[in-house]
Structures are given as structure tokens and as C-alpha cells.
Write a new protein. Structure first.
Lengths: 598, 291
């Protein structure tokens, strides 16, 4: 695959160089330049749609915003094209944050609506603010493309656009294979799991939208200079749909798909003209057909077919990896981690799911939390991992107060968890799932990711090797390149453990890890928990399986009706009459007495 | 004084339309956690078909009724072909794009059919205007917010006193559990989309006499209906209706005192600000993330 990408970029470079040589006239070259501008938009939009799974229907608005900003700067303040374009990109990016942040933290779906609305706002501002935008007549007399005072010839401008598109495509590709791209894919597939691994879902989505906004703003200025005239009616909702269609048709999430899509949809109108009034209908129909017949788009379908023909080897060699023990072992002199919860109360409306529950996981121990169904175990787990807010009470890890923090913040402070109903990133490979877990161990920034600096590559390589080591730790190295959703259930549970470990937790929270496992698998799990504890990681185990608990737990805490009714060593808890009552009901004498008095 | 009354009354009229559209979004979202992005076109279908049925010789009441029924049918068909195939998938890209695609197609057919003209729909509601505190309004306009309120209370009655209504609430609460209790979730979802379609088409029939029916008449109300659902809280039926009426009134005031372009700018900015301060909308309740 990696070689194919390189070949792809070479081919793109060759095409970009060859086209101006082959073009017969100005009109052909101009149309191709329009394609380059659309390509830049599509490449940026792909980060949002392909990687993050969000939809923007306001790209035309951002494109217009960039166009107007650039045109106004150039005509009124005498900026050259490059500085106009940069300012336009920054302005568009700023509006990107403004639109995305409040929206995506609620529901991704809302983004589509907010972006449509934004498109309308831009259009109305452009019409209304006549002194600045020229109203409905628009802005004419935009200077011809110039850089630092030098006028660019048609071919030079072409060259500039070609270079920008090429670089944008390369940067988007680099982003995709970096920690940022992985986080985007993870958030789109399971927001819950991503947050539990310390990924800030809102931040990641905002970043993706900003990427789409910045490229649209940049392309807008280029368009203004190419056209030398802009007006409000150039930027319509249909254009937003067309930009989106470029990404979907070419292949969302693929590196070259958006460029291919932009190419097709730049030239298609030339053919669609014969449909005259039916042109708009044709766009709708095309979108519908792609969604049903080829949801992966052209490049996505090709890649899928190729994978079928020549599947990548499923296994990786464990010798490539860093031993999990080395990744996980904590400094033996350092304090082992302690989780303390004090008087945690959680109420859902009138229901008190957790009532003044206090619990202490001693440093380095395996602590089991048990209780009948409905006792409040899941509520407890979801509260201390930040998914529910406690109504009262507090909890801390190694003295750091956690109550009130968001789930990704708690994860970053060293609390990792698995899920009762597994929450994997289904379409990522087994190895990539674990690499998402390692996310917080990667320190490189956005610039390093876009440029693929040596430091970034080094860290990525280390992340990969650590992930392989962790796969070997749970004996999954033979499935490394398989998509996680194809794993059998028992292996999915193990993958979740490896992924949680990759975050290098101080405390590992296992939420019913034995549910649905076979006897042999439970034995393996028991051994795995011992190995994890031996590395100095404290474990909080929520489980029903009594034998497993008796075998591995140092302390057992029992919850019933939201209250802690016992907390001691397994042997003591086992004989506690209150525990027996909670599990088996009242003792026989009581039951007899109850029957005797109807 | 009379201007203020005028703005309030006309605002309530257009607000009633937004409320009806938003109510549809609320109903669809509750049962399917998905909506029809072409819902605005349901409005247009209702308005235009009423005009065409009337032109075909049907009596006005029958033409309107038939147009509304077709709107409901549109909801069902769209749910079946464009929403259901994508419900099991991650994310919302699938149904969002398919419903948008169908919306584009329907709208472009309507444009070709009407050749871009706006067509009047006669109604006894606009025969003469009445004076209230110096403001002139058509009875038709006064009827719209009343219909929106009736729809809201009707929905409540339906949800509390009928089997299908209770099933809708069950599905909204937990689809998987509802399905285990023997509720046919697909049927409930289809019913919800039909109901939303009926309300949308009814809004179209109601507003057509006032604004004239055209192929694009549903675009803005559809978008604003969703904005209103976001502001009011998409999980709350009374919330979206109240927000819809308030949004309409606010619009008229901004339009009257500033300009019609400012109307859209202010309106949508209010939506974004509301999201920032009240992520669940003014009356919406937080959906607990099930882990």
C-alpha cells in the first residue's frame, strides 16, 4: 500500500506537469486550473467527511468567505495574492472554530445544518454589506495573480496552483497516517472508546472542520484571482453539494479520491449541459447512485478490490515489537497508584443508582467489585471513568481530584478501561486499535504530522512497536492486520485489554471482562490479569464470575442497591452473611417464616 | 403599537410553520435518531400538490387533504429507501446524503414542472384581512400557530393514549429494548416519518395561500425548522413548538427594524449561540450516553 501511495503521488506530479504542455488553448488550461482549485477544497473536505465522518454543506460559504476576504484585501489594501490567500485561510479557519466547536460537542448531525446556515449568512452579508462587498454586483477589477509585486503569467499561476494542490494532498495524506488522523477515524467509529482512551472528541472534530475551512478559504482567494470577478450568486448551496459529492464519488478517506472526484465534477458539467434543466436532478441522482452502488467511492472501491485480490499478511512478527513488560512497567520505586472514591452518589431522576459508595483500590492490588444485577456496578465504573457526573461525592487517583473532569481528561491522568459490550474501532485494524490507545504517548505536534518530520516518524515507529508488543502480550499478533470487527468475540475482549494497556494506565478498569468467554478463555484471562498486576498496574475488576474473582482478587467489594455492603479479602467476603443474602435472598428460616404467615 | 402587534401576529404565523416543521424533526429524531434532510421539500410537496389538485378540479378541502396525505406517503417512502438502509451504520453520513440527494431530485422536478413560477393557492382564509389593535392579518395567518399548538397537544395525546404512541415513546427511550418487547421498531420508525411528513405537508398547505406555492418554498422553512429544533431542544416537543413561535416573532422584528438579510444573520447566529450556551437546546434533555 505504501508503495502504491508513492506511485500515486508520482503519477499526480507527472499529470500536473504534463497537462499545460498538452493543453491546446487558454480555455482548456483555465478549466484545468478550476479543477486544481476544486481539488484543494475537496482534499480539505475529505479530512472532515472521510476521516471524521462529519458532513459540511457549507463549503461554498467558506469558499465565498475566502474569496471575498482575498478580493477585498487585494482591491482595497493592495495585498498581493499570497498574503491575501494566507489571511483568507486564517479568517476561514477562525470561522471554522466558531462554527464547529459549539456544534460538534453536541451532535455531529448538527454540523450539516449549522454549515448550511452559515452559507446563507455569508451570502446575505455579501449582498447586504454593499460598501465592502459591492452588494449583488460583487467585486470586479480584482488584479491578476501576483506574488510580491510580480505579475504571474497564466502558466506561472498554473504552476503555483499545481504545487499547492500537490502539497495539500501530501499534507492531508500525512495527517491521515499520523496520530491526528487515527484519532479522527477512532472518534468517527466509537466516540465512547476514543474518549476513554484520552482522545478529546470535540477537539478532534473541530480540528477536522478547521482543516476543511482553511483549504476552502485558501481556494476561495485563488478562485477570486483566477476569475478576477466575484459576486454572491457564484457561491450556491448546489456548489456545497458538488464539493461534497467530489469527496464521496472519488472515495472518502482515500488519498487521491477527492482529487479524482474534483476532476470528474469539474468536467462533468461540460457534458451535463445537454441535460439543461435536468442538470441539478442529475447531481442528486448521481449522489444517490454513488451512495447505493459505490459507497466507498471510486478509489475506495479500487482499494477494496485490491485488498481482496492480494490481502496483506494477517500476522506481524512479535519480534518486531517492544516487550509489553518494558512498555508497561512502572518504576518500582515510584508510588503505585491508588484510587479513592468517597461517598459517591449518582442519581438518575428519582432513582439513586449509587448511594454514598466509598471504595479504595490500594496501590498495586487487584480489586474486584461485585454485586447482583442492578447493584450499581456499571454506574460506578461509568462515573469514575467520567461518563456520568456524580451527584455528590468525589474520587481521586494518587491525590488528583477527578470528580467533574471529562472522560478524556480522566483517561489522560492514568485511568484506562474496557467495556462490558466491547467498543472497538471496527474498521481499523487490530494493530491500529492498539495504536489509538498509545495516542497519549505520542508527543509530536500538528506541524510535525503534516511534514512527517523525522521525530514524528521515530515516535510513530516506536508506537507501532509498542503496539505489536502489546498484541503479543495478549497473544493477538497473528491477527494484527485484520479489521477489528472481524475478530471473534473472545479475541475482541483481549484486544480491548491490549488497547487499554497501550494508554499505559496507572489503574486498569476491566468491566466484566469474562462475560461471554469460554472456560479456557477465562483461565487465560485470569493469568493475564495476574501478569498485568505483576507489572505494577492496579486493577479494578468488575465481574460476576466468582471463581475468577476468588482466584485473582486481593480485595473484594460488594455493592447492593447502590451501597457498599462489604469490602475485604475474598475469603472473608465469601462468608459474609449480608453478601450471601444479597445474592441468594434471605436465609431459609426467614423464608419459611414468611411462608407460614401469608 | 400597531406595528408591534403586526410583527407579533405575522411572526406567530410564520413561527407556526417553523414549529410544525420542527415538530416533524423532533418526531423523526426521537424514533430513529435520524431525520429527513429533505423535510423542507415535504412542505413544498404539500403546497404545490394542493394547487395542482385544485386545478385538476377537486374541491379545495379535498385537494388539501390529498396533498397532505401524499406528504405523509413521501415520508414513508423516503424512510424506507433512503434512511433505513443506513440506520445500522456508524455515523450519519449515509442517510444524510441520501435524503439530501432525494431532496435535490424532488426539488428539481418541481422546478421543471412549475418552470420556476410561484403559484397562488386560493383559500377562504385570505379572502379578507381582519384588524386587531390596528394590525391587519389574514385569518389564515392566525390559524397557523393554532394548528401548531393543536399538533403539539395531539401528539401528546397520541403518545399517551394509543398503542402506537406508547410504542413511539418506548422506541425513543430504547429501541433495542422496545424491539425485545415485541415492538416492530421499523414500523414505528416508518409511522414517525409518515407523521412528520403529514405535519410538514400540512404546514405547506397552510402557508401556500400566504406566500404562494413554489418549488423552493420549503428550503428556508426546512432549514429554519431544524434550527428551531436545535434551539428548542430536539428531544422536547413543547420545546420546539415554543422555540418555533418565538423564532418567527423574533424574525419579524429583526426584519422590520433592520432588514431581511439581517433576519437570516441574526436568526442563525442565535442558533449557534444557543448551542454554545445550552448544548441540548433550551428545553431538551441530555441524552445519557449509554456505555
Amino acid at each position: 500500500m505504501r508503495h502504491l501511495t508513492t506511485i500515486g503521488f508520482l503519477a499526480l506530479a507527472v499529470i500536473l506537469v504534463a497537462v499545460p504542455l498538452a493543453s491546446n488553448n487558454e480555455y482548456e488550461l483555465r478549466l484545468f486550473m478550476l479543477f486544481l482549485i476544486y481539488g484543494i477544497i475537496a482534499v480539505g473536505l475529505n479530512v472532515l467527511v472521510g476521516l471524521t465522518g462529519l458532513v459540511s454543506l457549507g463549503q461554498a460559504g467558506l469558499f465565498a468567505l475566502g474569496s471575498y476576504t482575498g478580493a477585498i484585501l487585494a482591491t482595497r489594501l493592495g495585498f498581493d495574492m499570497v498574503s491575501s490567500a494566507l489571511v483568507a485561510a486564517i479568517v476561514a479557519g477562525f470561522f471554522g472554530v466558531l462554527l464547529a466547536y459549539p456544534t460538534v460537542r453536541v451532535r455531529g448531525v448538527y454540523l450539516a445544518v449549522v454549515t448550511i446556515a452559515f452559507g446563507l449568512i455569508v451570502e446575505n452579508v455579501a449582498i447586504e454589506w454593499q460598501s465592502m462587498t459591492g452588494g449583488t454586483t460583487g467585486i470586479t477589477s480584482i488584479p491578476s495573480p501576483n506574488v510580491f509585486g510580480f505579475r504571474l503569467s497564466g502558466y506561472a499561476y498554473y504552476g503555483l496552483l499545481a504545487v499547492v494542490l500537490f502539497l495539500a494532498a501530501a499534507a492531508a495524506h500525512n495527517l491521515k497516517i499520523s496520530r491526528f488522523g487515527r484519532a479522527m477515524l477512532a472518534v468517527s467509529q466509537s466516540e465512547t472508546a476514543a474518549r476513554a482512551l484520552g482522545v478529546d472528541a470535540t477537539g478532534v472534530r473541530t480540528l477536522a472542520f478547521v482543516a476543511a475551512a482553511v483549504t476552502a478559504g485558501l481556494a476561495g482567494t485563488f478562485y477570486a484571482f483566477l476569475n478576477s470577478y466575484i459576486s454572491p450568486d457564484i457561491f450556491t448551496f448546489s456548489d456545497s453539494v458538488r464539493f461534497l459529492l467530489m469527496v464521496i464519488l472519488g472515495g472518502a478517506a482515500s488519498t487521491f479520491g477527492p482529487i479524482l472526484g474534483a476532476y470528474i465534477l469539474t468536467y462533468l458539467p461540460e457534458y451535463l449541459q445537454q441535460f439543461a434543466v435536468w442538470q441539478k436532478f442529475a447531481y442528486g441522482a448521481l449522489l444517490l447512485i454513488v451512495m447505493f452502488v459505490m459507497p466507498r467511492g471510486i478509489m475506495g472501491s479500487l482499494a477494496f478490490g485490491l485488498k481482496k485480490l492480494r490481502p496483506a499478511p494477517r500476522a506481524v512478527s512479535a519480534t518486531e515489537g517492544i516487550l509489553a513488560e518494558d512498555t508497561l512497567r512502572r518504576d518500582p520505586n515510584a508510588l503505585r497508584s491508588e484510587l479513592v472514591a468517597r461517598d459517591l452518589t449518582v442519581r438518575f431522576g428519582g432513582l439513586t443508582a449509587l448511594n454514598k459508595a466509598s471504595l479504595r483500590v490500594k496501590p498495586g492490588e487487584v480489586h474486584a467489585l461485585i454485586g447482583p444485577n442492578g447493584a450499581g456496578k456499571s454506574t460506578f465504573v461509568n462515573t469514575i471513568s467520567g461518563f456520568y457526573r456524580p451527584t455528590e461525592g468525589e474520587f481521586e487517583i494518587d491525590g488528583v481530584q477527578l470528580a467533574g473532569r471529562k472522560s478524556h481528561e480522566i483517561a489522560r491522568l492514568g485511568l484506562s478501561r474496557t467495556f462490558q459490550n466491547t467498543e472497538l474501532f471496527g474498521e481499523l485494524t487490530v494493530l491500529e486499535n492498539v495504536m489509538v490507545g498509545y495516542q497519549q504517548g505520542l508527543g509530536y505536534g500538528l506541524a510535525a504530522a503534516l511534514l512527517r518530520t523525522p521525530a514524528m516518524r521515530r515516535q510513530e515507529e516506536e508506537c507501532r512497536r509498542a503496539a505489536i508488543g502489546l498484541l503479543a502480550f495478549v497473544d493477538l499478533q497473528d491477527y494484527a492486520n485484520e479489521e477489528a470487527r472481524f475478530l471473534p468475540f473472545g479475541l475482541q475482549r483481549r484486544l480491548e485489554i491490549a488497547r487499554a494497556l497501550a494508554a499505559r494506565p496507572r489503574l486498569l478498569l476491566l468491566d466484566e471482562p469474562a462475560a461471554g468467554l469460554t472456560t479456557q478463555e477465562i483461565d487465560a484471562l485470569e493469568e493475564m490479569i495476574r501478569r498485568i498486576a505483576a507489572l505494577g498496574v492496579s486493577v479494578l475488576l468488575i465481574e460476576h464470575h466468582v471463581e475468577l474473582i476468588m482466584a485473582v482478587a486481593d480485595t473484594v467489594t460488594v455493592l447492593d442497591y447502590g451501597q457498599i455492603i462489604a469490602s475485604d479479602t475474598p475469603a472473608v467476603v465469601q462468608d459474609d452473611p449480608r453478601v450471601i443474602e444479597a445474592y441468594f435472598g434471605t436465609s431459609l428460616e426467614h423464608a419459611d417464616a414468611a411462608e407460614a404467615t401469608p | 403599537m400597531s406595528t408591534v402587534v403586526q410583527y407579533i401576529l405575522s411572526g406567530l404565523a410564520i413561527g407556526g410553520i417553523y414549529a410544525l416543521v420542527a415538530l416533524g424533526f423532533h418526531i423523526m429524531w426521537s424514533s430513529a435518531k435520524a431525520v429527513n434532510f429533505a423535510h423542507g421539500d415535504t412542505l413544498m410537496i404539500g403546497g404545490l400538490l394542493a394547487v395542482y389538485f385544485l386545478a385538476a378540479g377537486l374541491p379545495l378541502a379535498l385537494a388539501c387533504l390529498l396533498a397532505i396525505l401524499v406528504g405523509g406517503l413521501f415520508g414513508v417512502v423516503l424512510e424506507r429507501i433512503a434512511v433505513r438502509p443506513f440506520l445500522g451504520q456508524h455515523g450519519s453520513v449515509g442517510w444524510m446524503l441520501t435524503t439530501i440527494a432525494i431532496g435535490i431530485m424532488v426539488e428539481s422536478v418541481a422546478t421543471i414542472q412549475t418552470q420556476g413560477y410561484a403559484l397562488p393557492l386560493p383559500s377562504p382564509g385570505i379572502a379578507s384581512s381582519i384588524q386587531i389593535l390596528g394590525a391587519g392579518v389574514y385569518p389564515q395567518e392566525l390559524a397557523i400557530p393554532v394548528v401548531a399548538l393543536i399538533a403539539m397537544f395531539g401528539l401528546r395525546l397520541l403518545q399517551h393514549h394509543t398503542l402506537i404512541g406508547r410504542a413511539m415513546r418506548a422506541v425513543a427511550h430504547n429501541g433495542a429494548a422496545a424491539s425485545l418487547m415485541g415492538i416492530n421498531v421499523f414500523r414505528v420508525v416508518a409511522f414517525s416519518f409518515a407523521l412528520a411528513g403529514l405535519l410538514g405537508a400540512a404546514a405547506g398547505v397552510l402557508v401556500a395561500p400566504v406566500v404562494q406555492a413554489s418549488s423552493t418554498m420549503g428550503v428556508l422553512p426546512g432549514l429554519k425548522g431544524f434550527a428551531v429544533a436545535i434551539i428548542g431542544g430536539i428531544t422536547s416537543a413543547p420545546g420546539v413548538v415554543v422555540a418555533g413561535l418565538a423564532y418567527g416573532v423574533m424574525e419579524k422584528f429583526v426584519e422590520g427594524y433592520i432588514s431581511s438579510a439581517a433576519r437570516e444573520i441574526v436568526g442563525f447566529s442565535v442558533m449557534i449561540l444557543t448551542l454554545l450556551v445550552f448544548p441540548q437546546g433550551l428545553f431538551g434533555k441530555r441524552e445519557v450516553m449509554k456505555v
